[in-house]
Design a protein around this ligand. Structure first.
Ligand code: 6PG
Length: 234
């Protein structure tokens, strides 16, 4: 088995960071002969990555895409993480629906247990998670795993219904648990801009006081930081 590595890399622009992350995903796609199982985040940070991937030449048609977390908003809401990925990536690559795995519905417990079943079905058919991409909150959250969340210590479930802390909207969410994220072959954490610098340093140092400091997959964990971007990354 390949040695696990923590790799930290800094970039001058969000586009350069996205290019590096896109190359990692594409390499993993080839290693899995097109049948990659990947989880993608919401938020602003992955937008340049989606652009880089959608401009590439790789054949993603047999890959499977999950979301690391979802905001439980009505269908068509601009706040939906899947909606953003569909708009900026899946539709551009013209991916078949069989490979797309959105969280369905907005009733928290029901949506979480349906996603748990969806992931179990996918694991039976295609194996577990190969690669997880994550954004990073200023407070050190990843996916919708915030400080003090039960999703940190959950041992059995891969998916939980959670509430974001006061002030973070939309509050009602479904998230992969830390257990699910850390089951992945490769993890890529991406952060951009000065407001993320402190949380990024804690994450890369493995500071277990924040969720992002607790990453440890089956293989490499990449901590990627871009000096610029963040708020203006588009
Ligand atoms: C979400 C996320 C979340 C996000 C971070 C960073 O749905 O909001 O998946 O974990 O990645 O909050 O958000 P930005 O990329 O917008 O800074």
């Amino acid at each position: 088995m390949a040695l696990k590595k923590r790799v930290t890399k800094k970039f001058r622009s969000a586009a350069a960071m996205a290019g590096f992350a896109a190359a990692l995903l594409t390499k993993a796609l080839h290693e899995h002969k097109g049948r990659l199982v990947a989880a993608l985040p919401g938020g602003r940070t992955p937008r340049p990555l989606f652009k880089a991937l959608s401009g590439g030449r790789a054949d993603w048609s047999r890959a499977h895409f999950l979301m690391t977390d979802e905001r439980l908003v009505p269908a068509g809401s601009p706040h939906s993480n899947f909606g953003q990925a569909r708009r900026l990536l899946f539709s551009k690559l013209r991916l078949p629906p069989a490979g797309l795995h959105p969280v369905r519905g907005i009733a928290p417990v029901r949506a979480a247990s349906a996603y748990e079943a969806e992931i179990a079905g996918l694991a039976r058919a295609s194996g577990g998670l190969d690669i997880v991409c994550l954004g990073l909150g200023q407070d050190g959250h990843i996916a919708s795993i915030f400080n003090g969340s039960t999703a940190i210590s959950e041992k059995k479930k891969n998916v939980l219904a959670v509430k974001a802390p006061a002030g973070i909207k939309p509050a009602s969410r479904v998230t992969l648990t830390l257990k699910a994220i850390n089951s992945a072959g490769t993890i890529i954490l991406m952060a951009a801009g000065p407001s993320k610098k402190a949380a990024f340093a804690r994450a890369a140092a493995g500071d277990t006081g924040i969720p992002a400091g607790r990453l440890g997959g089956r293989g490499n964990v990449y901590y990627l930081f871009s000096e610029t971007g963040g708020k203006n990354a588009n």
